[in-house]
Design a protein around this ligand. Sequence first.
Ligand SMILES: *Cc1c(COP(=O)(O)O)cnc(C)c1O
Length: 369
Amino acid sequence: MSTLPEHRVPFVSLDRQYRSVRDELLRAMDEVGNSGIYILGDRVASFEAAIAEFCGTRFAVGVNSGADALFLSLKHYGIGAGDEVITAPNSFIATAWVIAATGARPVFTDVGDDYNIDPERVAAAVTPRTRAIIPVHLTGRPADMDPITAIARRHDLRIVEDAAQAIGARYHGRRVGALGDTGCFSLHPLKNLGVYGDGGVITTDDEAAYHSLLKWRNHGLRNRDECEFWGFNSRLDAIQAAFATVKLARLDAWNARCREIAARYREALRGLVWVPEDAPDTEGVYHNFVIRTPRRDELMAHMQRRGVDSRIHYPIPLHLQPAAADLGYREGDFPVAERQAKEIVSLPIYPELEPSEIEQVIDAVRSFF
Ligand SMILES: *Cc1c(COP(=O)(O)O)cnc(C)c1O
């Protein structure tokens, strides 16, 4: 047996990215400090314009989190008690609670081999109460939007994209966030475009949604003194917008690096474990690189001994969460998602991974098999 590596490959290492852009971030912080404007304002507006241009939409609205981006989109479309919203059962918790928080019912449908919602099952889940679909571009790979869009058109449903993990990903030449009625992004530090606190942004081509969302995020205020409806406080801080603007300029390069690392993992691990591939004419951004093996728990323990951190995204499907008990789902309802939850493991993937660390990850997996 070879000697164990001394170096540990961390699953995330946000400080590395911070150091790579530190000078620009400090300058941005100083500019915001000197401007005297700390919530919304010009810096948020210019970030919104930059994100809209990046995604290829007409508008963007900065908000407080990815969850709020989803929640306020649903509120804008008037979704609430008595309505149903279809989504995937294998996403992060926020995808489900935002539906429940409007008073509507989360309706889950099983996913495909690629971890994304299966359009045929979506079609079968539509009822007269269905109002919207939240496709999740899980792990940074786009859901198959053409058939989902066709279903939405046929039944007059809104599409609210959960693009929290997928900023920059492309589907048939277009960026995610430009494929639904609204696109919802998280600026959480762990996401591909991460800031130094919470943040989120909504993209849209829908002018009415844009003007309404500006009010939804700001107490329902139409102007300084007049409240059009009871809204929320979900504004983006100027400082986070300034940081996000600095990082947006690097995002394509960072995403390209993650795609290179994904290609290297794929080439080295294909055949040993299930590896994620890009669907034809799509480009994922590999927020996570999620492999599958029936020996997942043993593999994770082995990787840990070989100095490589790994995680599970996510071990408990949404329909089996304690919070979902009153929805009446049971184990066995979504066999694909449930089986995947037992077999998935995410490998470290971020632009600052050193080549030697990438090889250490590969060796850790290969030596197990
Ligand atoms: C991170 C995430 C969210 C929520 O984003 P926050 O900014 O943490 O609120 C929603 N959906 C998915 C798929 C996510 O990964």
